[in-house]
Structure formats: structure tokens, C-alpha cells
Design a protein around this ligand. Sequence first.
Ligand code: LER
Ligand code: MN
Length: 268
Amino acid sequence: MVNLGTYESWFDGEPIVPGDSLEEVLENLESYDYQGIQIGARFRDLGWDEIGRIVNDSNIRLCIGGGGGGLLAADADTRKQGVEATKEGLRLAARLGAIGSICVPIRRYEMEGTASKSQYELHEEILIKELKEIAPVAESEGVYLILEPLNRYESQFLQRLDQAYKICAAVGSPNIRFMADFFHMNIEEVDMGQAIESTAEYLGYVHLADSHRYEPGSGHLDFRPGLAALKRIGYDGFMTLECKIMAEDKGQALTESAALIRRLWDEV
Ligand code: LER
Ligand code: MN
């Protein structure tokens, strides 16, 4: 069973899934053969509780909810607030019936200058300590905190799966995981399949996009090695499209991308 999700809109609010209301978007998603949704900027004003109510009233699963931030801020008080906000985000994710929250520990624009090795190690050390404190909340709420490695243009810290795996292994909680985002992996990994297979234990979520971050099938990324690895490790979680739509007819493009991913999954 392949569980597919998609963002409903981009980070700037540009619609991805056709529909004037969240209800309509959910109905459309079901007809395009998707089972999950991630909320972008377009419907955020509804507030998480209303979003949760509407999504849980449909046949579509809300994949991700909540979120924290500031875990690697320069200032200790901000980091402490970040830990509390992350715990609160996980409680919210649980209340909404989501898989968990995504955590990008620090983004490129939040860091000054070039990351030195010692700074990387310091960040690793701080993050492991914070995640050990957050882990019991994720465990008791039954949700994942999902670390996300980003490509070099967005992050000087976590960029590859093995870096996130190292942190998860040091924390040692089944609820502190990381995600494989095919867009970032296509830039950073030597071998996408090998990256997934060697870190399988803590893989908790997947983002899909083609080479140029438009819908799968519209670019030149070979999805097969990554999908084959996911299949081999028995991954049965969501694979969520995080991409804009290049085609004129967004509904048709989403339908075709879902069909492509399912076909490739069967073939590999
Ligand atoms: C950003 O590039 C990304 O992949 C998101 O999932 C995290 O905000
Ligand atoms: Mn992503």
C-alpha cells in the first residue's frame, strides 16, 4: 500500500491542489488518489484546530501538524523556548491525529558566516541534548519529531540522511526520526538508495519532488533507486509531494504524478 500525500499550497500561498476551500481541496485529493495532506500557507489562517476538524471529517489524513523552532539559536533562553515550543507542537500534532511535526534545527539564513567543524559539532551536541528532553513527549503523545536535512543552499547544518541518522541514533528514541526529502537528497547524496538503506531505522517520513521541485514526472530525477530502497526497507509511511505544479491542469498533473509513483513502486 502506497500512502501518498501532497502539500495543498506552497510556502507563499500559491495553490497546488485545486479547490476554493479546504473541504473542496480534500475532495479533489481523494479523487486524484491521495491519502494525505500537508498544509502550506494558504489555509493557515483557519488555525490548526479548525484545519484538524475539517481534515478529520474527510477521508484524507493530516500528515504534519505543529512545529517548533529555535533549537539551535545562539541564545540559551531562545533555545529553551524552542524546546518548549517543539513539545507543544508535538502535543498539537497528537491532538490533530497527525504523524508528527517537522523540525529543521537551523536554516542557513539563521547562521552567520560559514559553519566551522567545531560549530557543527557544538550544534550536534546541543541538539542531541534537547532531543533527549523532547523525546519523552513524542513517545507519550505517540507522534514523531521529524528532523529534516536540507540542501546546502538552505542549511549549513543537516544536509544528508547519515548526519540526521547519527543524531537520532545518539538520542535513541523510536519517536525522534528524520525524513528523506528527494529534492534535497538529489543535490546532496552520493547514492539516494544507499542513503535510505543505511539509515532505515530512524526514517520516519518522505517528501517527493522532481529535480526542479515541480511534480514528479515533469523533470529528470530517476525516482526508482530511492523508491526501491524504501520498498526494500519496508517503508509504509507517507510520501508527500512537496513541489509546485508546472502543468496547466493541476488536477491532472497530481493524478498523473500519483499514478507514476505507484507504477514505479510496483516496478522496482
Ligand atoms: C524546505 O526546503 C523543505 O524541504 C521543507 O520541508 C522544510 O521546511
Ligand atoms: Mn521537505
